[in-house]
Design a protein around this ligand. Structure first.
Ligand code: COA
Length: 194
């Protein structure tokens, strides 16, 4: 069964691979955790039925749409436990050489440097192998953990912007922030070796 695993990337501790239908329980648990979802989307946990019927099918279909980019399930290389996911894909209808970076990890594994490790490797792969020209990321201004990961992998603050949310969550009044890193900058600064 394992022979069908689509490995995208490996780091010291992580294996990033395509999601499959077999990940439904892990993905539902991740998106069903209020702590994980605090600064994401409408700030509320996602019901299992939505993950099962909408989110996972879209994730699976998107690999073809985005030329092999998409949402990557992260598992521990040692033991194989599901840790969460990394996003690395162009925007809907956006230019293919501009890729959005995102991450969502199980609460139990926060604080071990996994987000930084995976994000750094994705940025490098994007610039070296995938023809990416610009990596960008957005998050709520108050999501300090997410912003710190962006900074640690070399993204630079670009702007703060305000969107109208129908039912804003605490902190939304501070807006969202965008960060970016251009391939030219990344190379000029030593290709991630800082
Ligand atoms: C954001 C998230 C991915 C970080 O994952 P992680 O693996 O714990 O991050 P790392 O261990 O790589 O930590 C990176 C840095 O951020 C810091 N950090 C992490 N969480 C933090 C928090 N809540 N507040 C302040 N700093 C935080 C760490 O201390 C570390 O910085 P340091 O090396 O200078 O100490 C994780 O908390 C998560 O999945 N959150 C829920 C989903 C989410 O909000 N995703 C981002 C939405 S855009």
């Amino acid at each position: 069964v394992d022979s069908a695993v689509h490995t995208f990337l490996e780091t010291d501790r992580l294996l990033l691979r395509r999601f499959t239908e077999a990940d439904v329980d892990d993905l539902a648990a991740l998106h069903g955790d209020p702590e994980v979802m605090r600064f994401v989307g409408d700030g509320r946990p996602v019901p299992r039925s939505v993950t099962e019927r909408e989110t996972l099918p879209r994730v699976l279909a998107d690999y073809e749409r985005f030329g092999g980019l998409g949402l990557w399930a992260a598992q521990a290389r040692a033991g194989g436990a599901f840790l969460g996911w990394f996003e690395f894909r162009p925007a809907d209808n956006g230019p293919l050489d501009q890729v959005e970076l995102g991450y969502r990890l199980r609460r139990e594994v926060w604080g071990h440097g996994y987000a930084t490790e995976g994000a750094r490797a994705l940025v490098g792969k994007g610039f070296v192998e995938l023809g990416v020209r610009r990596v960008y990321a957005t998050t709520m201004a108050v999501n300090h953990g997410s912003r710190r990961v962006m900074e640690k992998v070399g993204l630079r603050y670009v702007r703060t912007f305000h969107e109208d949310w129908p039912d804003p969550i605490p902190g939304a009044e501070h807006g969202d922030v965008e960060y970016e890193l251009l391939r030219t900058e990344w190379i000029a600064r030593g290709a991630g070796e800082w």
